[in-house]
Write a protein that binds this ligand. Structure first.
Ligand code: PEP
Length: 434
């Protein structure tokens, strides 16, 4: 900013500026003037004699000039208000460059206030692009990187954007999700983890952080033993409880099994069926899973029906064949109304618990295929209404790309649902859904 102030003939003391860019700054100011474009520059600054924490600092008006030996290290309070006013109501903001030396807390206020304002207007619907390593570092330091539309460490890239070129990161903003008739879901499959006490402790954390979620449904699937406690602890929240399995018979001599009625009786609403671990470790067939699905629907439980190919099937190019078989067998005998009550989770077996996540493109390709298949079996309206989740090593660092895909309606999460990262995943979804 001091290069522009210098170009305007202001006294900037020992403030850093780019000597070789002063003429360019002059030219830009003239051009802006000719075209009636307003360039808003700071009107005051925080100055100090040394670039160090704890040194004496003062606020000066830019028009009064900065004396020699002093340098501008942050914008002043009037400038902060001025910039906030300018940002208020803006529809698109490209921010390239911090307001001061934010790395030192004494000079971080201007940058922080502007960053917070940028986050606020993003929440109100503005598209905000943070470009350049310094601005990206600042936004991260203030914990606001998820509260803006796009962060790029490439300052040059944001300039390319200004020239009208398409950047993939920004293009993905355009795919922010609208709330639609299809339900978005974040489901956590806890598998054989957490004792009752551990489950209760973690659920309290979840209810405090994401218990009031409205944009999408949060579902947790603890072990059978913790289900009743989970229902109790989530009763007055928006978190729903799922079982990880059930048997298809109503009652009788089925040692070790749990019925749909038993789950309903304690207030469970969802049940995961056909998980690859049930298929591959416990030998559940498509036929058994279909019977379970029918029983769950009959009793008013919502099945989260898992499908997915193994690695060798993908390598042999059999992914679509496997998916087709699993869908056709799983939905066998369901009418349109029953089909609409289903939730599908596409979980490539090679990505479950392995750390190998399907790329957003690989996942979207299969999700789109599933939807096409459903529209052939039923009709387009039915296919469009069914929520299809992705599962397989979902983590906060890979979820954005997956959830922004048009046919991915949320996640079924294993490992990352057992800790704080589940809350982070919810934060990501909330930011993406408009
Ligand atoms: C799962 O078991 O449903 C799952 C997706 O596990 P993970 O996220 O740990 O791969």
């Amino acid at each position: 900013m001091f290069t522009f102030l210098k170009a305007l003939g202001k006294e900037i003391g020992s403030s850093r500026f780019e000597e070789d860019k002063v003429d360019l700054a002059k030219e830009l100011l003239e051009k802006a003037n000719e075209k009636g474009v307003e360039i808003v520059l700071p009107v005051d600054a925080i100055i100090a004699q040394k670039l160090e924490a704890g040194v004496e600092k003062k606020v000066v008006k830019i028009d009064d000039g900065i004396e020699n030996g002093w340098m501008g290290l942050d914008i002043g309070p009037e400038s902060i208000e001025l910039f906030k006013d300018e940002l208020n109501g803006a529809k698109t903001v490209v921010w390239n460059g911090p307001m001061g030396v934010f790395e030192i807390e004494d000079f971080a206020t201007g940058t922080k206030e502007v960053a917070m304002m940028v986050a606020d207007i993003t929440e109100e619907g503005a598209t905000t692009i943070i470009g350049g390593g310094d601005s990206a570092a600042a936004i991260e330091l203030f914990g606001l990187e998820r509260k803006v539309s796009h962060v790029s460490t490439g300052g040059g890239a944001s300039l390319e954007f200004l020239e009208g070129k398409e950047l993939p990161g920004i293009a993905s903003i355009a795919s922010k999700k609208k709330i639609n008739s299809r339900k978005y879901i974040l489901a956590g499959n806890w598998k054989m983890n957490k004792t009752n006490i551990e489950a209760a402790e973690f659920i309290s954390k979840l209810t405090a952080n994401i218990g009031k979620e409205k944009k999408f449904e949060v579902v947790i699937a603890p072990t059978f033993l913790a289900l009743e406690k989970a229902v109790d602890l989530t009763t007055s929240t928006n978190i729903k409880v799922s079982a990880q399995n059930m048997y298809f018979e109503d009652s009788g001599a089925y040692t070790g099994e749990i019925s749909a009625d038993m789950l309903k009786a304690i207030g469970v609403e969802y049940v995961i069926l056909g998980h690859s671990e049930r298929r591959n470790i416990f030998g559940e067939t498509d036929e058994i899973i279909n019977k379970k699905i029918k029983k769950a629907l009959e009793k008013g439980l919502t099945p989260i029906f898992c499908i997915g190919e193994k690695l060798e099937e993908r390598e042999k190019d059999l992914t679509f064949n496997v998916i087709e078989r699993q869908i056709k067998e799983g939905f066998n005998g369901l009418d349109k109304d029953e089909a609409k009550k289903m939730i599908i989770a596409y979980e490539p077996v090679w990505a479950i618990g392995t750390g190998k996540v399907a790329t957003p493109e690989q996942a979207e390709e299969v999700h789109a295929y599933i939807r096409k298949l459903l529209s052939e079996i039923y009709d387009e309206e039915t296919a469009e209404s069914i929520t299809i989740l992705y599962g397989g090593s979902v983590k906060p660092n890979n979820y954005f790309g997956l959830f922004t895909k048009p046919n991915i309606d949320g996640g079924l999460v294993g490992g990352a649902s057992l800790k704080e990262s589940f809350i982070e995943l919810a934060d990501i979804m909330r930011d993406i859904i408009m």
